[in-house]
Design a protein around this ligand. Structure first.
Ligand code: TYM
Length: 331
């Protein structure tokens, strides 16, 4: 690979991503491909930290892979692969786990949230989830990690683990920097705009899925919870409107001031309809490209097989050095 900075990021195989995944992370990944060496991954190993139906997981993983391509990840420019195809992630995860404190993992808010939500299955994978995530990143010595705001704590932990390893065994890992968008780092639920938009939300109206059809998208935006005022403006306490303005702004590139004047004197109904139509039209090419790609199983297989080979070759070099550093005997 050319001597450019290295980007790594991953996404869970939920099949169809949310508008939050898209605005906070995935849609920023494509434009980075020219300036950086990019490595992107569908994290099926992370997915099994909560119960999954195996057949569904397999289908969702393939759909997510195709959807990343539809969102602009070009396998000629980037390495795009499925996590479980590249064994170095699990191998490095073990070593990093031995350099991570129980207390650090206990402080992860995502672990606290998920262990409450899945109280009948607080398995150790859920607890060590951030160690595997650190391994994903450090197996490539990535410089930058483009993610939404909710992954910031995990990234700080990855940096701490890398730093601890470097102190113990001598400088080796690059400390990865988060790359979080200024706008849209936290897209909120349409039904409770104080909560993050999340695929696992029980209320389907809270979440825009990027493969939703136009009518569904418009209907969900029309039902979005706002406030009892009527003025489209960005202000503290107007969480619902602020969220819709953020979404509209990140899709159109218009500033908040532009949006305020565009909708001056108009009601929330007009605004919601405009946001819905704009988002649906913006996502149309993604849906079309996804429908085309997902049918081409042979081509997808070729892409993810080559992606895994490249990722393995790259990360194997890193892992060999790590093994030597920790004192494992050469094979
Ligand atoms: P995941 O699959 O939950 O989400 C994928 C990406 O989408 C972002 N995101 C959001 N951004 C803005 N608003 C929202 N409502 C929203 N919801 C999700 C996430 O921040 C993320 O960037 N642990 C990671 C996957 C992962 C990973 C990695 C990421 C595994 N290994 C290594 C980076 C590097 C996760 O579960 O993301």
């Amino acid at each position: 690979m050319e001597n450019k900075k290295l980007i790594f990021s991953g996404i869970q195989p939920t099949g169809t991503f949310t508008l939050g995944n898209y605005i906070g992370a995935v849609r920023n990944w494509g434009p980075l491909q020219d300036e950086y060496n990019c490595i992107y991954c569908v994290v099926d190993m992370h997915a099994i930290t909560v119960k999954q139906d195996p057949a569904k997981l397999r289908r969702n993983t393939l759909d997510s892979y195709a959807l990343l391509m539809a969102c602009g990840i070009d396998t000629e420019k980037s390495i795009l692969f499925i996590q479980s195809h590249v064994k170095t992630h699990a191998e490095l995860s073990w070593i990093l786990g031995c350099n991570t404190q129980f207390g650090e993992l206990s402080r992860m808010t995502q672990f606290k949230d998920k262990s409450q939500k899945h109280a009948d299955d607080v398995n150790s994978g859920l607890f060590t989830y951030p160690v595997l995530m650190a391994a994903d990143i450090l197996a490539y010595n990535a410089d930058l990690v483009p993610v939404g705001g909710d992954q910031k704590q995990h990234l700080e932990l990855a940096r701490n683990i890398a730093q601890r390893f470097n102190q113990r065994y001598g400088d080796f890992f690059t400390l990865p920097e988060p790359y979080i968008p200024k706008l849209g780092a936290r897209v909120m639920s349409l039904q409770d705009p104080t909560k993050k938009m999340s695929k696992s939300d029980e209320n389907p109206n809270a979440v825009i899925l990027i493969l939703d059809d136009k009518d569904t998208i418009i209907r969900k935006f029309k039902r979005a919870v706002t406030d009892s005022e009527a003025e489209v403006c960005y202000r503290d306490g107007k969480d619902g409107i602020n969220n819709l303005m953020t979404i509209y702004s990140s899709v159109t590139g218009k500033s908040f001031a532009d949006i305020e004047s565009e909708f001056a004197g108009k009601g929330y109904g007009d605004f919601k309809l405009a946001v819905g139509e704009t988002v649906a039209d913006h996502l149309q090419p993604v849906r079309t490209e996804f429908d085309r790609l997902v049918k081409d199983k042979e081509y997808l297989k070729k892409c993810y097989t080559e992606g895994a080979e490249k990722a393995l070759r790259y990360s194997q070099r890193v892992i060999s050095k790590v093994y030597r550093k920790v004192g494992f005997v050469d094979r």
